[in-house]
Write a protein that binds this ligand. Structure first.
Ligand code: SF4
Ligand code: SF4
Ligand code: SF4
Length: 610
């Protein structure tokens, strides 16, 4: 297998920059001499010597607009000393920068006070209480009373969709959401509307996110420093189901959760808590506790057979993965001409839900109407997916409620459970049994690697000795590889982040040929999903410094390496499922329960109308 790569990683990429060494400059920061790259902004130059200048709108490489003015510092240059926004002021030879003068501190404090003067400060019932960047700044600056008062605007919550709630009353107009949606995801939903005091950062005509081309990925929620953007919570509904004695509440957790939820409890990124997670879910009160990894194995088996069928002329190539609901919605809005290329396999979450209400209900003699399926996902788009009309099997929604990693962390806290102190427990059987292939599904390239493992074994009639395909691992925006499948060369591409997906699809439209493509909507795959823990400012800095996404991914590969079975089709529970219920991959019953269709949505309201 050989590989090439192209494109850019949406964040924290690992590309090697071939350009010559950068020019350096010498300046002074708080009386200390600093040598740094010419043109780097003062905020980063100060960071390089351990000085953290307060800031809000700045996201390195994504939003460097200087709109909030929280990062003001004094700069002495050409004999003048002026206040400047450090995130947009370039480091230059000989300038003197003062980050901690009374004038700079007063100016920064006044900026935050002005923000708060038109802010709905109900911190106690705010979803970001205790990890809000605005709240933290107000505390650090010692703002104990508001000296600025005046006119205020109050707008109703925007919550017509099942995935994201928008509270304009907590928006500080930092434009991080706008930058991430455009620069990382290539969707471009937000822009400024109205002028002056009435200005809002919003979709076209200040519509709800469910009424525009939003793909529900939640990357804007991850970027938002306040409670202005948050997932639509279903915690109360899930507690009610658990408390109802007439319901059997079954929970499944995505593989990405086990390597990230620990962060919400102070653990380092990438510490796996698989056993503690199973124990916590039982203590919360779920009747059956499973991992979605089982269904990830099943997806791979179905998808590998689908690939082989298409390679024999039965269906369009390239076959494109369909397990990322943000990507599927992106395709439906922006590239409906590729819908015939999408795998018809439901996502693992949906396969799992459909099997709970059919196979498991039959096996355990439970009325499927009494079953409630809850899915814990690293993703806000899964909330949209669960509500899709296409994902109803035998009259019942495959998945009833989707909780993000953050919502589950809140439930664990509400139940008084100390996650770090729990003993390890196993997931229930048989649907809790998974291979290493199911675990790596959560990382970019994981679906492809899992599919190659199974496709090679199926075509050769024996397992291939190779098990790890490192060419499709890593954070390059677009990865390419070739595999010899029984004498036929299969061309593969992997993209993560929908901006990279767009680049790849345009190449295909221009005539490039691939046989199999994996696309994940979120940077890094599900480990970087829009439902993952949002850490408070100090932890957030730490998470960025250690590259939390990369640590989570490494943990998944370690889980895979430690598994007894590492190829999806070797999962004994999957084999049992085919023997007892489905018959064979792509059988009529498998197609009824495990496969789906898609809906061309075309462009709705978009930037042209802004
Ligand atoms: S967004 Fe922050 S400052 Fe505003 S109410 Fe929520 S926690 Fe408080
Ligand atoms: S959810 Fe994704 S697509 Fe929708 S507005 Fe946010 S970043 Fe853009
Ligand atoms: S919604 Fe959040 S990220 Fe977007 S402008 Fe408002 S505060 Fe900033």
């Amino acid at each position: 297998m050989e590989a090439t790569s192209s494109g850019t990683a949406p964040s924290g990429g690992t590309q090697v920059d071939p350009s010559p060494p950068k020019e350096t400059v010498r300046l002074w920061i708080d009386g200390r001499p600093v040598e740094t790259e010419k043109g780097i902004n003062l905020l980063e130059a100060a960071r390089s010597i351990g000085v953290e200048i307060p800031h809000l709108c700045y996201l390195r490489g994504i939003n460097e607009a200087g709109v909030c003015r929280v990062c003001l510092v004094e700069v002495e240059s050409g004999g003048r000393r002026t206040l400047q926004a450090s995130c947009v002021y370039p480091a230059a030879d000989g300038i003197k920068v003062y980050t901690n003068t009374p004038r700079a501190r007063r100016a920064r404090k006044r900026v935050v006070e002005l923000m708060l003067s038109d802010h709905d400060m109900n911190c106690v019932n705010c979803v970001r209480n205790l990890n809000c960047e605005l709240q933290r700044l107000a505390d650090e600056m010692g703002i104990r009373k508001l000296r600025v008062t005046g006119e205020t605007r109050r707008r109703p919550l925007s919550r017509k969709n099942p995935f994201i709630v928008r509270d304009y009353n907590k928006c500080i107009k930092c434009r991080r959401c706008e930058a991430v949606c455009r620069e990382v995801q290539g969707v471009d939903v937000y822009s400024p509307k109205n002028r002056g005091f009435d200005m809002v950062i919003a979709p076209a005509f200040v519509k709800d996110l469910g009424e525009v081309d939003c793909i529900s990925c939640g990357q804007c929620v991850m970027a938002c420093p306040t409670g202005s953007l948050a997932e639509r919570e279903y915690i109360d509904e899930v507690w009610r189901a658990i408390e109802d004695p007439g319901k059997v509440v079954v929970v499944q957790t995505a593989p990405a959760i086990q390597v990230s939820i620990g962060e919400a409890f102070g653990m380092d990124p990438g510490v796996p808590v698989t056993g503690k997670l199973a124990a916590a879910l039982r203590r919360i009160g779920f009747d059956m506790v499973f991992s979605t990894e089982f269904a990830a194995d099943l997806t791979i088996v179905e998808e590998a057979h689908e690939l082989l069928a298409r390679l024999e002329g039965r269906g369009k190539l390239p076959l494109i993965s369909s397990c990322s609901p943000g990507w599927v919605k992106f395709c439906e809005h922006f590239y409906p001409e590729f819908l015939d290329h999408l795998s018809t396999c439901k996502s693992p979450m949906e396969m799992f839900g459909a099997l709970v209400k059919t196979y498991l209900a039959e096996k355990m003699n439970i009325d499927p109407k009494k079953m409630v399926v809850v899915a814990v996902m690293p993703c806000t788009a899964k909330k949209f997916e669960a509500a899709r009309q296409e994902l109803v099997t035998r009259g019942s929604r495959d998945v009833d409620y989707v909780l993000t990693t953050r919502e589950l962390a809140r439930m664990i806290r509400a139940a008084g459970i100390r996650l770090d102190e729990l003993p390890d427990e196993e997931f229930d059987r048989p649907l809790g049994l998974a291979t290493g292939a199911g675990a790596i599904f959560a990382a970019t390239g994981g679906v492809t690697e899992a599919a190659i493992r199974t496709a090679l074994a199926l075509t050769r009639g024996r397992p291939d000795t190779a098990i790890e395909f490192k060419d499709v691992r890593g954070l390059r925006g677009i990865k390419e590889a070739r595999v010899d499948l029984n004498g036929r060369e299969i061309r593969i591409a992997v993209a993560h982040g929908t901006r990279n997906a767009r680049r790849l699809l345009e190449r295909i439209k221009a005539g490039e040929r691939f046989d199999f493509i994996e696309i994940m909507a979120c940077p890094g795959g599900c480990v970087g999903g829009g439902g993952q823990p949002i850490l408070g400012p100090p932890d957030r800095r730490k998470a960025v410094a250690v590259d939390a996404g990369a640590k989570r991914t490494q943990a998944l590969y370690r889980i895979d390496a430690g598994k007894k079975y590492r190829r999806a089709h070797e999962n004994p529970a999957v084999k049992q499922l085919y023997e007892e219920f489905l018959g064979s991959p792509l059988s009529e019953k498998a197609r009824e329960i495990l496969h789906t269709t898609y809906t061309p949505r075309g462009r709705m309201l978009n930037r042209m109308l802004h």
